[in-house]
Design a protein around this ligand. Structure first.
Ligand SMILES: Nc1ncnc2c1ncn2[C@@H]1O[C@H](COP(=O)(O)OP(=O)(O)OP(=O)(O)O)[C@@H](O)[C@H]1O
Ligand SMILES: [Mg+2]
Length: 311
């Protein structure tokens, strides 16, 4: 059985089609990333699945339960980490968790035990007695995550779990998420970062304008967008065309972009190491002076351009 099934889901705000016939299936026990730019419809999707928004048209099921027909039952089976934290700043981490436990009718004893357990699990035991306002971004997000797990949900929805965190905070949250998935929970998360989807997800669907425009494993998507990219910054703008030609000759290179203002030529490549050595030789032979030469991951913008074919 699938943990989440969404079919032809639509939601409009005035003239904006936040969800425009979206289809999606998430198998049980997997991590599914919904990748998309600002305004793509990610939060609308998550909030609909978490029963916070009414289904306007189409169908959404969580663990086989229809979201529109039986929202109470859906709520019993899910956890939600919203885009904005729902913690009480003046309470300690432990007090926040204990409070959530009581909200879920765990009873005083079990709520307290669960708070201890979750602080331990998310490596917050040392700071659990401090007020949340003294927490770093990464600690806060981990506490948030702990709060969404009070009742051990079958499906956990995470809306941009790491947006706004520094790299260290992001790594911490990723670690916490991975340990969770080991426990068998199905996770559906939204992100604006290709790298994050790549790190965490079994499958990724790319959403734009309320529709899924591509989906597959990270490798499949990367193959589609050409994997790594090589950027060459030439010293002399007059060499730009020759550099573009050299890059186009690299085996496995995709379409070459040139940017005159920044003196950069750039292209997706299949095999980074062989492409780099091939290109360096070609540039040298052509006598082109280079200010910088770098291999990097495609940015989200480039992924979208490749997937949508829009310039
Ligand atoms: N309550 C609302 N009223 C009016 N328009 C809304 C409302 N909520 C969302 N929208 C619009 O619906 C579209 C999708 O919004 P949504 O919040 O789902 O996007 P998102 O992918 O989560 O974006 P972000 O990355 O910025 O969080 C956007 O155009 C947004 O402006
Ligand atoms: Mg959002």
């Amino acid at each position: 059985m699938a943990a989440v099934v969404v079919s032809e889901l639509r939601k409009t705000y005035g003239k904006t089609k936040a969800l425009d016939g979206l289809n999606l299936t998430v198998p049980v026990g997997t991590v599914h990333a919904v990748l998309g730019p600002n305004g793509a419809g990610k939060s609308t999707l998550i909030r609909t699945l978490a029963t916070l928004l009414r289904v306007e048209s189409g169908r959404a099921e969580v663990t086989g339960v229809d979201v529109a027909r039986d929202p109470d039952e859906v709520r019993r089976r899910i956890g939600l980490l919203g885009q904005h934290a729902a913690l009480d700043e003046d309470l300690s981490g432990w007090q926040n968790l204990e409070l959530f436990g009581r909200l879920y009718h765990l009873g005083a004893r079990r709520a307290a035990a669960r708070a201890d357990e979750l602080l331990e699990r998310f490596e917050l035991a040392g700071t659990g007695r401090k007020a949340v306002k003294a927490y770093s971004g990464g600690m806060r997000r981990r506490l948030d995550l702990a709060a969404s797990l009070i009742i051990q949900p079958q499906v956990l929805f995470l809306d941009e779990p790491t947006t706004g965190l520094d790299p260290r905070g992001r790594t911490e949250v990723w670690g916490a998420l991975r340990s969770l998935v080991g426990g068998g929970t199905t996770v559906m998360l939204t992100t604006q970062y290709l790298e994050e989807a790549d790190q965490l997800a079994d499958r990724i669907c790319v959403v734009d304008h309320g529709r899924v425009i591509a989906d597959g494993t990270a490798d499949q998507l990367k193959a589609k967008v050409g994997g790594d990219r090589i950027d060459v910054v030439v010293h002399d703008a007059g060499d730009l065309r020759a550099a573009a030609a050299a890059l186009a000759e690299v085996p496995g290179a995709g379409a070459v972009d040139s940017d005159e203002d920044d003196r950069v030529v750039s292209a997706p490549v299949a095999d980074r190491m062989s492409a780099l050595s091939h290109l360096m030789r070609a540039l040298q032979e052509a006598g082109i002076d280079v200010d910088d030469l770098a291999v990097r991951r495609p940015t989200l913008d480039e992924v979208f351009i490749q997937l949508t074919g829009a310039a």
